[in-house]
Design a protein around this ligand. Structure first.
Ligand code: PNS
Length: 161
């Protein structure tokens, strides 16, 4: 059985993430979408349980997709889950530099694990969680960037300013 992990912060999940999940789910038998619990990032938009709940709702139509969260090194988590592949989305050359470095480090830490990059669909190429957070903060329209499940949670967030 081929097990894949699609890790990320998902704060919040975007339509670009959903597109990658739907495509990655066709490549593996079981896809684990894993939310990083990052103790260094205390001021995220959404709590970890909210991020997980959004991902679960937005991927409910995909039978081989499950949602989890993890702390610490991704490679350790991947070993624990007996995953063979990591999935990452690539939007642009600026993504590439960071992703390349991360894939090289991960390969060094766990040589048998492959990172597979999926090119983001052009219609989502300029959507990012950070731009959604900025629009939330400045009260701009971001509904078109995120799945309905995410919008239903994010719209209730009160931001100062
Ligand atoms: O959605 P993001 O923020 O781009 O996802 C980044 C993520 C979670 C994939 C990455 O930060 C990660 O794997 N963090 C866990 C620590 C780790 O294993 N880092 C890789 C070695 S430097």
């Amino acid at each position: 059985m081929k097990i894949g992990i699609y890790p990320g912060s998902f704060d919040p999940m975007t339509k670009g993430h959903l597109d990658i999940i739907e495509r990655a789910a066709c490549l593996v038998d079981r896809l684990i979408v894993a939310v990083l619990i990052n103790p260094n990032k205390k001021n995220g938009l959404l709590s970890i349980p909210d991020r997980v709940a959004i991902l679960e709702e937005a991927t409910a139509h995909l039978a081989n997709v499950e949602v989890d969260c993890f702390q610490g090194l991704l490679m350790e988590y991947a070993k624990l889950k007996e995953a063979q592949v990591l999935i990452r989305g690539l939007r642009s050359t600026s993504d590439f530099e960071m992703e390349y470095n991360m894939a090289q480090i991960n390969k060094k830490l766990s040589p048998s694990l492959e990172t597979i990059f999926l090119m983001t669909a052009p219609e989502y190429a300029y959507i990012s969680s950070s731009s959604v957070r900025e629009l939330v903060y400045f009260k701009g329209d971001y509904e078109w960037m995120i799945p309905k499940a995410a919008f239903n949670k994010v719209k209730n967030i009160q931001v100062e300013g």
